[in-house]
Design a binder for this molecule. Structure first.
Ligand code: URA
Length: 211
């Protein structure tokens, strides 16, 4: 597993406003969207492309286009949905699947409650999006899901990560597959109830209000 921390002053600024407990949902959503666009730029550096011919007003030349099969973007519900628009804006030809995972608040383990993914992901490049890489339980489960279906490379895009979560993903996946994690910032630690510290609180609640 490869970790890429997308360090940039604009990213640090936006993450700081996200962390602020006074930042309300509309601003929070907007900032998540802007951050994802910046992270997606980094996360798509290895997106598969192929040569194509393009006719300009003057001549015919060789260009580049995103290769088939199109990448698959998978938001991990619910908080990952807040990152979807930012990703599809950058890769409009991508297809979108959905994976609903939630934490058992006692064991902190991930439980699947929804799954809309193609059965066959052979040769597909998959982008898993989830704002908080906390224990890593849901992300490992999501990575295993798509690898079992044949995905060959998986890029996880997260806003904040705890060192414990990164270690968990690294240990669980190892060098078994081409998996990378792109994150805006790595925080200090997880607290005793599995929240990232200093973090930003519950990303789903802050995006959508408490449901
Ligand atoms: N999920 C969140 O939304 N926030 C955390 O800090 C950890 C997991």
């Amino acid at each position: 597993m490869q970790l890429h921390v997308a360090d940039h002053p604009l990213i640090r600024h936006k993450v700081t406003v996200l962390r602020d407990k006074e930042t309300k949902s509309p601003t929070f959503r907007l900032l998540v969207d802007e951050l994802v666009t910046l992270l997606a730029y980094e996360a798509t550096r290895q997106v598969r492309v192929e040569e194509c011919e393009v006719e300009t007003p003057l001549t015919v030349t060789t260009g580049t286009k995103i290769a088939d099969p199109a990448p698959l973007i998978v938001p991990i519900l619910r908080a990952g949905l807040g990152m979807l628009d930012g990703m599809t804006r950058l890769i409009p030809s991508a297809e979108v699947g959905f994976l609903g995972l939630k934490r058992d608040e006692e064991t902190l383990e991930a439980i699947t409650y929804a799954n809309r993914l193609p059965d066959d992901l052979t040769g597909r490049q998959v982008f898993l999006i989830d704002p908080m890489l906390a224990t890593g339980g849901s992300l490992v489960m999501a990575i295993e899901y798509v690898l079992q279906r044949g995905a060959t490379d998986v890029t996880c895009v997260c806003l904040l990560a705890a060192p414990e979560g990164i270690d968990h993903v690294r240990e669980a996946i190892g060098d078994r597959a081409d998996v990378s994690v792109v994150v805006a910032q790595v925080d200090e630690k997880l607290n005793e109830v599995g929240y990232i510290v200093p973090g930003l609180g519950d990303a789903g609640d802050r995006l959508y209000g408490i449901v």
